[in-house]
Design a protein. Structure first.
Length: 333
């Protein structure tokens, strides 16, 4: 029986989520660490978990501060830091719930900046520069993480597999967007060309090409901010391990978080559900973390940096959509 299009999409996504969660269950079930993890949780050090939450808030402020810096670089008037903080919650929510290699976040950010008074030229340029900075920082961070694994003698088969997957993602994603010109998109079947996502990719391609011509100096600023964000989230990852009595060096924590986050974007699952947890637990074990400690630390880290921010992110998104309607912009990304 042939399923309707929307049902087929739902089925594929459902199977993917079940497969990812199944992988996580296999990781958890091994050696019965779930029971041991529960005992570890009973001795948690809450101060470290508070630090994880503070660092996650710092991540959102860094994002807002980056947009202010890009706006000044382009001599475009931008909103206040507080106003951009709300937008950072909303764009992160869009990227987490619609994993599209940064395209969904780009479309949402461009509309959010226009709603804050940026010109129809300046808003897409700020969004395009952020995405270019992200692609550059992501590639550098993945390569640096691979070096850390080698230097730290953590270049295990698991580390190799996840690192190579992350490297492929870091190389292929920007290549797809940067080469998705209108001429190339015309070669796609008509059914694909009608997709809204493909239209966003085509528009993004034009903006990125125009922005690249400004020179590397304009990409350097957002790239440095993005690298700082990788470090902040890596430190939060290390703090979550410290909460459960596990010592995970900062450089290894940043490396594990970076490659796990990047690799699972290939699954196109929201937030890399299941895949991130499984990859980061396996890599943490290779870094000599105990099974129970790695499981507890990763699950609590995800609770504080993924699940909890979805609540204010959803609220911020609704507020942003209302601001789009006020200035007559389409609210769909």
């Amino acid at each position: 029986m042939k399923l309707p299009s929307i049902e087929r999409k739902t089925l594929v996504r459902g199977v993917s989520v079940v497969a990812a969660l199944g992988l996580l269950v296999v990781v958890i079930a091994d050696r019965g660490e779930a029971a041991r993890a529960l005992r570890v949780v009973m001795h948690v050090r809450p101060g470290w978990l508070v630090l994880v939450a503070v660092l996650q808030i710092a991540f959102f402020f860094l994002t807002a501060r980056m947009w202010l810096s890009i706006g000044k670089l382009l001599r475009e008037p931008t909103s206040s830091l507080a106003g951009l903080f709300r937008l950072s919650l909303a764009t992160t929510f869009a990227d987490l719930t619609m994993p599209t290699g940064g395209v969904a976040g780009y479309a949402f950010l461009e509309r959010g900046l226009r709603a804050r008074g940026l010109s129809t030229i300046g808003a897409p340029e700020v969004a395009a520069l952020e995405l270019l900075g992200f692609y550059a920082a992501q590639l550098l961070a993945v390569v640096a993480s691979m070096i850390v694994f080698v230097v730290r003698d953590q270049w295990s088969p698991a580390a190799r597999a996840v690192s190579i997957a992350a490297l492929v993602v870091a190389l292929v994603t920007p290549l797809v967007v940067l080469t998705a010109s209108t001429a190339v998109i015309r070669l796609l079947p008509a059914r694909l060309r009608e997709k809204r996502f493909v239209a966003h990719v085509a528009q993004l391609h034009e903006e990125l090409v125009a922005t690249v011509r400004r020179g590397p100096r304009y990409v350097l600023v957002p790239a440095l901010y993005k690298i700082a964000m990788y470090v902040v989230q890596g430190l939060a990852f290390a703090a979550s391990f410290a909460a459960f009595g596990e010592r995970l060096p900062a450089d290894e924590a940043v490396a594990i978080h970076t490659v796990a986050t990047t690799a699972v974007t290939a699954t196109f699952l929201p937030g890399g559900i299941g895949g991130f947890e499984a990859a980061s637990i396996i890599l943490s074990r290779a870094a000599h973390a105990s099974d129970a400690g790695a499981l507890s630390a990763v699950l609590f880290f995800r609770a504080l940096t993924f699940w909890l921010p979805l609540v204010p992110g959803a609220i911020a998104t609704q507020l942003e959509l209302r601001s789009f309607e006020k200035i007559g912009q389409p609210s769909n990304a």
